[in-house]
Design a protein around this ligand. Sequence first.
Ligand code: ATP
Length: 348
Amino acid sequence: MRSISLADVSCSIQGKNAVNGISLNIKPGEIVCFLGPSGCGKTTSLRLIGGIVAPAGGQISFDDELVSNSKFQVPPEDRHIGFLFQDFALFPHLSVMQNVLFGLQMQKHDEPEARAGRMLSLTGVSHLAERFPGTLSGGEQQRVALARALAPAPGLVLMDEPFSNLDPPLRSEMRRLTVSLLRGEHSDISPATGIIVTHDAADAMYMADKIAVMSDGQIVQYDKPEQIYENPASPLVVKLMGASNEWVGDVTNGVFSTPIGDFKLETSVASARLMVRPYHLNFGDGESSFKARLTAIRNQGNAHSLEIILSDGTIWEVIGDDFSNTRPKIGDEVKFQINPEDVMLFTD
Ligand code: ATP
């Protein structure tokens, strides 16, 4: 398991700042997810750590040893990293077994066949050992790619959107398997530090010890998943972590008057933004309740989504699992309430 340190790392691609001064420290055995919108620099950050691209500035160290700066670069093959890509990148002309053996032979492993066989068994694809990648389903290829990445017992595994080509049930199974292998939950498989690029907050919440939220080439928040969720640093982080309702308006004499109530702000700002998660809104007639008109009810299987219109015409969403006691009808004016702790306020 390796520790990874990035200090003020920048990289520009074709004249554009793809990564702009990122710094972070990853402890041995931690799983870190890079989460962010498309084009924010997640893949470039992973490629910088893998040594596939070189930084224009700053430095990257593994276990306190320099591996990259603008003048020096340890090549990817000497970094002892397991790679797992979105498109699996299996060698098409090699069988499943040969794909997994590939890294082991480079490493001159003592018992490569036994090790490859064990990895295929752990990832549930022993029966496919003689098949070629072109004859496998996406999920099967993903398991082989995982076996191949982990077979040489790398101290660091880099994964770029590893589950994005999988359907939801397979995705959650592969997520669970990946985490259990990275954490070394099988006695003969060494744990590894893992860095995973994803744009899916659920993947990041499930797998990560820490999430690095990226925007515009920078890390805007780096913390434990529960902190990112409970104390998001900005509206962008709120949105990345799931659906949200928002309301933007003026602040007068330090009071932010919104359709769901007045909020006193400590700072003297001209305007503010209020954000509320749909499942933090409930029916209720308490002191802090507000009225809204119900305009649609949509069944989501395990929950219902309500569309409501606030007094000023803003449309919000409410998500709940059981509306059977209240049974509001479309067109009704309904009272909702929210725990004040769940109201997120931002000033620019
Ligand atoms: P996505 O989630 O869409 O994969 P990302 O967060 O991984 O995006 P990167 O692939 O790191 O983002 O790209 C960061 C920026 O660098 C983007 O603006 C992208 O257009 C640019 N970029 C990346 N690779 C290249 C390239 N080969 N040529 C030109 N621009 C590139």
